[in-house]
Design a protein. Structure first.
Lengths: 276, 297
């Protein structure tokens, strides 16, 4: 395997009151890999992503990021924190959470300015990313005047201006219309060509199959249930049923009852869904 | 899978058995409408602030400081006639800034003016302010000095509210934050203000959706007690959601390297017009105070 960006050893996390969120996760994410973490709601996908971004810390086990331990104490060190934040970008599931500045321009400039980059450089990056993501005309607008798809674009752009090497995406296709979903998949493909590492949490098996070269399945027990290529993982129908990613669906064709596995949204490339 | 028969049949009581089935709007609908109006107002402010008017062209710092200067001058003036001139000035500024003089006047008089009048009016009674009685109301009467005092207070409140509303209506929220930041306002205050408006809007939309969801599933208006219990429970939900959102927003800020400052890419620059406006404002305020000293009580 290529050099690893993240190594998780027996990582577990419990919320206050002992509610488990993740259990004994052993995971290595290689440089340049595109990994989809799939699982049902509440399986721990978002918590895992937040751990990779140093926002939540393990209650057991260790995380190594770029060869150094990723700990709360370590992130107190300004040099390590700046280096880590410059390398890792996180696109949150809810764009509303991520857009906290008064307008889109400040939103795109926020990260690079926090990193202490010169204003000219920040301005150049903002214009470049805005043009690339076709949001030039939105820069002057406050976030609350944007549509759902526009907010998502601005949220992604606000991370891209930091030029992170690792991109963490939480449910990237949620709240996106079909055209924006296609656009996002194209962006992910571009990131692959650029050699950036991508870790996306999703229960959209179709997007996972298309955008990732590796799928990690989290069970409802918050542990890793499978880890492999999309073809390997998505062929395991019983596994996907057991982790609640697909379900049995019965309906009628004329007088004949018909039963098949069903995913939301469809993952028809892998025969998991039935076209209607 | 078949749908349970209990769900496939409508379970609607005859109209005469329903409680409170009057034609008035329900609490949920009224609240949702109010929230929608509040959101619309905020969005409308952005549109007003983008119009090509006199105040909109000014540097945000100059505009904020000069309108603050006018508000302070208003508080120093004692003559009701000079205060009327200041109210006239707010109207002229509203007109030249293309924010709609009628709606501006309505907003200032109906909110600030009416409230000030209701609060101050009892002080015009001869019990509190002796003097020549102008209006007799049974055992008490409104006196001339009392009414003059009320008029002065109301005029002062209306003029001050007018200058404050001009700041809100002619300045984008982002420009206001930049102006505050440039004026050395602590970063934590600017950061808090930046997030506050957005979070209020997000929560308003949540509240609107909560009430519309209830409206869509409600056939009767319910009793006052039921409505009160429901509103209380939903308020608790919104508080919990706002706390969770605050945590998430802070995480999002940390994730992008937040160091405690809220720098902006936009650099504010004062042009010749800003200097002219600033000097003219200072001169006008000085003249107003001087005239008030001559004609004031």
């Amino acid at each position: 395997m290529s050099e690893a960006d993240f190594i998780l050893k027996a990582v577990g996390h419990e919320y206050r009151g002992g509610v488990p969120a993740l259990a004994a996760i052993d995971l290595t994410i290689g440089r340049g890999q595109h990994v989809a973490v799939v699982g049902a709601n509440g399986s721990g996908k978002s918590t895992l992503l937040k751990m990779l971004d140093g926002l939540v810390f393990p209650t057991s086990g260790d995380i190594v990021a770029f060869g150094a331990p990723l700990t709360e104490a370590g992130l107190e060190d300004p040099v390590f924190r700046r280096d880590f934040r410059a390398r890792v970008g996180f696109v949150f599931q809810e764009a509303d959470v991520q857009l906290f500045c008064a307008n889109a321009l400040d939103e795109l400039a926020f990260g690079p300015l926090q990193l202490g980059l010169p204003r000219d450089e920040v301005e150049r990056r903002v214009r470049e990313v805005a043009a690339r993501l076709r949001i030039d005309k939105l820069l002057d607008r406050p976030p609350y005047t944007l549509s759902g798809g526009e907010k998502k674009r601005v949220a992604i752009a606000s991370v891209l201006t930091m030029r992170p090497h690792v991109l963490l995406l939480d449910e990237p296709t949620s709240a996106l219309d079909p055209r924006s979903q296609v656009w996002l998949l194209e962006v992910l493909e571009e990131w692959r060509r650029e050699g950036r590492t991508v870790v996306m949490a999703t229960h959209d098996l179709s997007a996972a199959a298309e955008a990732a070269d590796r799928i990690v399945v989290l069970s409802e027990d918050h542990a890793i249930a499978a880890d492999g290529t999309p073809d390997e993982v998505l062929a395991q129908r019983e596994l996907l049923l057991s982790v609640n990613l697909i379900h049995e669906h019965t309906h009628r064709h004329a007088t004949r009852a018909h039963k098949h596995a069903h995913a939301h949204p469809p993952a028809d490339e892998h025969g998991l869904d039935h076209g209607h | 899978m078949s749908v349970p028969s209990s769900c496939s049949q409508p379970d609607i009581a005859p109209a005469e058995q329903r409680r409170g089935g009057g034609g008035g709007r329900s609490l949920a609908r009224k609240t949702a409408d109010s929230v929608a109006r509040a959101v619309t107002d905020v969005l409308q402010n952005e549109e007003l602030a983008a119009r090509p008017g006199l105040l909109q062209r000014l540097d945000p710092r100059v505009k904020l400081l000069t309108l603050l200067l006018f508000a302070v001058t208003t508080s120093l003036v004692h003559s009701v006639w000079v205060l009327v001139v200041l109210i006239g000035l707010t109207m002229i500024l509203a007109g030249t800034s293309r924010v709609g003089v009628t709606s501006f006047a309505r907003r200032v008089w109906l909110s600030a003016g009416l409230l000030a009048l209701l609060i101050a009016l009892p002080s015009a009674l001869d019990v509190f302010t002796p003097g020549t009685a102008l209006v007799t109301l049974g055992p008490v009467s409104l006196t001339e000095p009392g009414l003059m005092g009320v008029a002065t207070l109301v005029a002062r409140v209306v003029a001050s509210a007018g200058f404050a509303l001009l700041v809100i209506w002619t300045m984008r929220w982002s420009d206001l934050l930049r102006a505050l930041s440039a004026m050395r306002m602590p970063d934590v205050v600017v950061a808090t203000l930046a997030m506050t408006q957005k979070q209020i809007l997000t929560l308003l939309r949540t509240v609107e959706q909560i009430h519309l969801a209830r409206e869509s599933r409600t056939l009767t208006r319910g009793t006052t007690r039921e409505n009160r219990a429901w509103v209380t429970e939903r308020m608790a939900f919104v508080v919990r959601k706002s706390m969770k959102t605050a945590d998430d927003v802070y995480d999002a800020m940390l994730s992008r390297g937040f160091t405690g400052a809220m720098p902006s890419l936009v650099r504010l620059r004062m042009g010749p017009g800003d200097w002219v406006w600033a000097l003219a404002s200072v001169a006008l305020c000085a003249a107003i105070v001087a005239v008030d000293r001559v004609v004031g009580p």
